[in-house]
Design a protein around this ligand. Structure first.
Ligand SMILES: NC(=O)c1ccc[n+]([C@@H]2O[C@H](COP(=O)([O-])OP(=O)(O)OC[C@H]3O[C@@H](n4cnc5c(N)ncnc54)[C@H](O)[C@@H]3O)[C@@H](O)[C@H]2O)c1
Length: 298
C-alpha cells in the first residue's frame, strides 16, 4: 500500500491533501497539533475509503517527534511515498508592533517545521530510491506584502528550500514540489496571530471578521476561492506529474509572472497599501476595542 504523511491535516488544505490521497487508495497519517481534529478527519476518511487514514498528534516544531512519525510509517509499511509539510499559521502586522515571538513562531512552525519534515523523509526516500516531498508555501512565497513580514519571510524560505532540494533530489529519483496556494477556503485567517501578544489590531479585527463572516466563502466559486478538497485533488495530480511549483487557483500564475516581469511593482503597491492602512487604522483600532472580550479572544 502506498503511504503518505500530512502535517497540519486536521483542517483546511492539509485535510484536502489527506482526502485526495485516501481517494487514491493511500494509507495517510493525518498529523496535527490539534489531535481531536486529526482524529475526526482520519475517521471520516477511513469510512469513505478506498484508502485509509490514521491520526497522530504531531507538533512540527519538535524534530524528534517529526522523525518518529516518519520512521513509524516507514517501519510499518516498508515505504514512504509522499511527505506533505503543510502545517502553518497566519502571522503578521506592522513590523514595529510585532514582537520577537511573532518572528519566532513563524520561523519555528513554517521554516524549521518544514525542514524537520524534509530531513526525516528525504533520508528514507534516498535509501529506498523513490518518493515525493511536497512543501506548502504560498503566493506569499514569491510576492512581498506589506504587514506580512514573518509570514512572507517563512514562505520565501519554503520556496527556496524546495527548489534548492529539487535538483539534487531528482538524482535519487525523488520529486520535490512547492505548493503556492493563493486563496483556499480555510480557517487560517480566523486564527491570525492567535496566542501572540502584541498590538496589530488590524490582524485581530481581520480574524474576528473572518470568524463572523468566513462562511460566506462557501458561496464563491472554486476558481476564485478554492475548496480545500478541490485544491487537494489538483495538487496531488500536479505532484504526480512532478511539477516544481503548483499555483492554485490558476489566476495566481498572473501574479507569478507579473512578479518576474516587474519585481519592483509589489513594493510600490505595498507602499500604497500601507498608506491606506495607516489612514483607516484609528477607526479599525476603535472598532476592535469595542468588540466584546469574548469575540476578541474567540
Ligand atoms: N488558505 C489559504 O488560502 C492559504 C494560502 C497560502 C498558503 N496557505 C498555507 O497552507 C497551509 C495550511 O493552511 P490552511 O489554510 O489549511 O490553514 P488551517 O488553519 O486550516 O490549517 C493549518 C493547520 O496547521 C496546524 N498547525 C499549526 N501549528 C502547528 C504545529 N506547530 N504543528 C502541527 N500542526 C500545526 C493547525 O492546527 C491547522 O490544523 C499553511 O502552511 C498556510 O500557510 C494557505
Amino acid at each position: 500500500m502506498k503511504t503518505a504523511i500530512v502535517t497540519g491535516a486536521a483542517s483546511g488544505i492539509g485535510m484536502g491533501y489527506a482526502t485526495a490521497l485516501v481517494e487514491q487508495g493511500y494509507f495517510v497519517l493525518v498529523t496535527d497539533i490539534n489531535e481531536i481534529g486529526a482524529k475526526q478527519v482520519a475517521e471520516r476518511l477511513t469510512l469513505r475509503g478506498p484508502g485509509k487514514a490514521e491520526a497522530a498528534l504531531l507538533d512540527v516544531t519538535d524534530p524528534n517527534a517529526v522523525a518518529a512519525a516518519v520512521h513509524g510509517v516507514k517501519d510499518r509499511f516498508g515505504r514512504l511515498d509522499l511527505m506533505f509539510n503543510n502545517a502553518g499559521l497566519f502571522i503578521g502586522g506592522p513590523v514595529e508592533e510585532l514582537t520577537v515571538a511573532h518572528w519566532r513562531k513563524a520561523i519555528d512552525v513554517m521554516i524549521a517545521g518544514v525542514a524537520y519534515g524534509v530531513d526525516a523523509a528525504y533520508k528514507i526516500m534516498v535509501d529506498q530510491g523513490f518518493g515525493g516531498i511536497v512543501n506548502t508555501a504560498s503566493m506569499a512565497g514569491f510576492t512581498p506584502f506589506s504587514y506580512l513580514g514573518p509570514y512572507n519571510t517563512a514562505k520565501f524560505a519554503v520556496v527556496g528550500m524546495t527548489l534548492s532540494l529539487r535538483g539534487e533530489a531528482s538524482a535519487h529519483g525523488i520529486h520535490v514540489t512547492a505548493v503556492c496556494p493563493i486563496a483556499v477556503h480555510t480557517d487560517i485567517v480566523a486564527g491570525a496571530n492567535a496566542g501572540l501578544d502584541g498590538n496589530a489590531p488590524e490582524f485581530g479585527y481581520l480574524a474576528a471578521l473572518y470568524r463572523r463572516f468566513g462562511y460566506l466563502g462557501h458561496y464563491l466559486p472554486d476558481f476564485i476561492l478554492q475548496d480545500p478538497v478541490v485544491h487537494g485533488r489538483k495538487v496531488l495530480r500536479a505532484v504526480q506529474r512532478n511539477r516544481a511549483i503548483v499555483i492554485q487557483p490558476g489566476y495566481g500564475r498572473v501574479l507569478w509572472w507579473l512578479g518576474r516581469i516587474a519585481p519592483t511593482l509589489a513594493p510600490v503597491v505595498g507602499h500604497g497599501a500601507a498608506r491606506l492602512a495607516d489612514s483607516i487604522r484609528a477607526s479599525i483600532t476603535e472598532r476592535w476595542e469595542q468588540l466584546p472580550e469574548s469575540v476578541r479572544n474567540a
